[in-house]
Design a protein around this ligand. Structure first.
Ligand code: COA
Ligand code: AMP
Length: 636
């Protein structure tokens, strides 16, 4: 018997007749040349949505709503407890600010197709910068402020930007993060020569500009004329967003214009149940995909109000902050990472600070970025008195692969599951031989090609890496890199990564990247970094380090240097603090470090000695060694 639910009907429509389904969704977008074709599969496995369509994404985010008479509706609310300021932009105001700043970057020689790196804190100017690029058809690449100069340099070299946009500082609880030294380091380290930067001077702390290279944001703005929207092909890139791969070289995820606009608009309604009258708040950062999709593009494409929050769940000033923002701005739907609620729960277990605020406006809480533990979901649901929806997605996809689709219908999803496949995603769980596994059996979570609109068409100038990272293992499928299973009711359970990517406070990081940095220390012979379970941040990196023979320095001193090195090269976001020195690393006879076993040991799980290991005794030595630095941190 077929499932009569609305969800099933919509899912089947997208799966069985994708052309008609996505053509319908594309009607919501203003095209300067409407597409006559929906999916171009002639170059499979490279697929292109709406190949002959032409549009401008910023026009759809802003001008279209103003033209429709909604210019007075609030587009963006900036709420910044770290500076004690708030600001609101109507659609008309934001359009004008974006058009004007688009004039600034055009005056700096940026044209359609050129790349612009944006290295900025959570201020409205970051959103304005992104949309200004979109307005003139330039390709933005936002670099998260928690990354250090060396990481910025890698992105500069890959994206080869014409211009870099930055600000004098960011503000973290208890400290001002000076962006300028990080920016200068990034530019110095990069081989690609950055000729021009536009710098926004914040009142909190200004910075020195480099003469001949840096331009003051406000001065440039005063001299600029507004720029019009430049139509681009639906398949032209809107942005590049770098994400962690298994090596130190980040992957440049490309987003197109047309498919992305359609998918963002669709997901705002279908997944989050939003309408243009709603206030949507995503507590993340514009440096992550969550910020791109749900602070900036989706809410604005739909025409609702987006809240941009420059603060933390705790400490700015206290654990009542989330509740305060929801109440004060009348937030209808809220989205953040589970780790944020774990932080609130830890500091204020009874949500006494939250209780002071009336959050009855809220309809739902969405969580993503890492596995949601049922305990945290229950706590947040009780304290906010709303349904809590775990949904699963990645930088690569830009929107949820699985969720409980609030805008279609609320399904019966058990806590711990990330919901059902969203329309457009034909999710399959595969065994190593490529066959589909049965219900409740773990495997590689894959999506049958083509991926729906909005998902990445390739990696920036690297089709080969796109194929080898995602497509070669299971021909005809996109391999997500996550392992999990379907239960008998069709719910998706995302359990772990199949690679060396870890998830720290909802931030995706590569242990390979940390190993490269640590191995660079003069005293280090070898190192293995694994992600170990942590009750607050989900996972934390822990390093097992072998020193070169003859090095006799105190271990504390060496470890402190390694911690500083990772912070300096990768950035504070790596949250790398724990390392232990070991005699040697446990390896198979073919020389591979047995990382899975090391992870089990660090997590305090049952572990067995792998049959192929060359020296079993080292595992118990490492277990003892890890215990001296407090591992396992939970579950032991
Ligand atoms: N610029 C500069 N530094 C930054 C930064 C930024 N934009 N963002 C974080 N950092 C720094 C932090 O100050 C911290 O530095 P420290 O080592 O000196 O304390 C370090 O990077 C680690 O940051 P984070 O992992 O965010 O830990 P935290 O203890 O500061 O905060 C949470 C923990 C849970 C409150 C916070 O991570 C959070 O709100 N996360 C959920 C939301 C989110 O952003 N999810 C991402 C995708 S949905
Ligand atoms: P990012 O690309 O930074 O968004 O990180 C994506 C990764 O985060 C996924 O591949 C998963 O490993 C993890 N992730 C995201 N959402 C979830 C979720 N709801 N449940 C479990 N893991 C998740």
């Amino acid at each position: 018997m077929s499932d009569p639910s609305r969800y099933a009907a919509e899912f089947e429509a997208a799966r069985d007749n994708p052309d008609a389904f996505w053509a319908d969704q594309a009607e919501a977008i203003r095209w300067t040349r409407p597409p006559t074709q929906v999916l171009d599969d002639s170059r499979a496995p490279f697929y292109h949505w709406f190949p002959d369509g032409e549009l401008n994404t910023a026009d759809n985010c802003l001008d279209r709503h103003v033209d429709a008479g909604r210019g007075d509706v609030t587009a963006l609310i900036y709420d910044s407890p770290v500076t004690g300021t708030q600001a609101r932009y109507t659609y008309a105001e934001l359009r004008d600010a974006v058009a004007r700043f688009a004039g600034v970057i055009r005056d700096q020689g940026v044209a359609k197709g050129d790349r612009v790196i944006i290295y900025m804190p959570m201020i409205p100017e970051a959103v304005i910068a992104m949309l200004a690029c979109a307005r003139i058809g330039a390709v933005h690449s936002v670099v998260f402020g928690g990354f250090a100069g060396a990481e910025l340099a890698k992105r500069i070299d890959d994206a080869t930007p014409t211009l870099v946009l930055s600000a004098s500082c960011g503000i973290e609880p208890g400290r001002v993060v000076e962006y300028k030294p990080l920016l200068d380091t990034g530019i110095d380290l990069a081989e690609h020569k950055v000729e021009r930067c536009v710098i926004f001077q914040r009142d909190t702390q200004r910075c020195e500009l480099v003469s001949g290279r840096d331009i003051d944001w406000n001065e440039a703005l005063a001299a600029a004329e507004p720029a019009d929207c430049v139509p681009v092909a639906a398949t032209d890139p809107l942005y590049i967003l770098y994400t962690s791969g298994t090596t130190g070289k980040p992957k440049g995820v490309v987003r197109d214009n047309g498919g992305h606009a359609v998918a963002m608009h669709y997901s705002a309604r279908a997944v989050y149940g939003l309408s243009p009258d709603d206030v949507f708040w995503t507590a993340s950062d514009v440096g992550w995909v969550v910020g791109h999709s749900y602070i900036v593009y989706a809410p604005l494409l739909l025409g609702c109000t987006s809240v941009m929050y420059e603060g933390k769940p705790v400490g700015t000033p206290d654990a009542g902050a989330f509740f305060r923002v929801i109440a004060e701005h009348g937030v209808d739907v809220f989205f953040t990472a589970p780790t944020a609620f774990r932080a609130v729960k830890k500091v204020d277990p009874n949500a006494e600070l939250g209780a002071a605020h009336d959050t009855s406006c809220l309809r739902a809480l969405f969580l993503a970025g890492e596995h949601t533990d049922p305990d945290t979901a229950r706590w947040a649901g009780e304290k906010l008195d709303v349904p809590v929806i775990d949904h699963w997605w990645q930088t690569e996809t830009a929107w949820a692969m699985s969720a409980n689709p609030l805008g279609i219908e609320m399904l019966d999803v058990p806590p711990g599951s990330a919901g059902r496949p969203m329309p457009g995603y034909d999710i399959r769980v595969l065994a190593p031989d490529g066959s589909e596994v049965g219900a409740d059996e773990m495997g590689d979570i894959c999506v049958k090609l083509p991926l729906p609109p909005g998902c990445f068409p390739t990696l920036w100038q690297n089709d080969a890496r796109f194929r080898s990272s995602y497509l070669d293992e299971f021909p005809g499928y996109y391999r997500s890199g996550d392992a999990g299973y379907f239960d008998a009711a069709g719910n998706v359970w995302v359990m772990s990564r199949v690679d060396d990517i870890i998830n720290v406070a909802g931030h995706r990081l590569s242990t390979g990247m940390m190993e490269e940095v640590i191995a660079d220390h003069a005293d280090v012979a070898e190192v293995a970094v694994v992600g170990a379970a942590d009750a607050d941040k989900g996972q934390l990196p822990v390093a097992m380090v072998v020193l070169k023979s003859g090095v006799t320095r105190p271990s504390d001193e060496v470890i402190a240097e390694l911690v500083a090195l990772v912070r300096d090269r990768i950035g504070p976001v790596a949250a790398f603090r724990h390392a232990t020195l070991v005699e040697r690393l446990p390896k198979t006879r073919s020389g591979k470090v047995v990382r899975a076993t090391l992870r089990q040991i660090a997590d305090g799980k049952e572990w067995n000695t792998p049959a192929t290991i060359d020296d079993p005794a080292i595992l118990t030595e490492i277990e003892a060694q890890l215990a001296t630095i407090g591992y396992p941190r939970r579950g032991g």
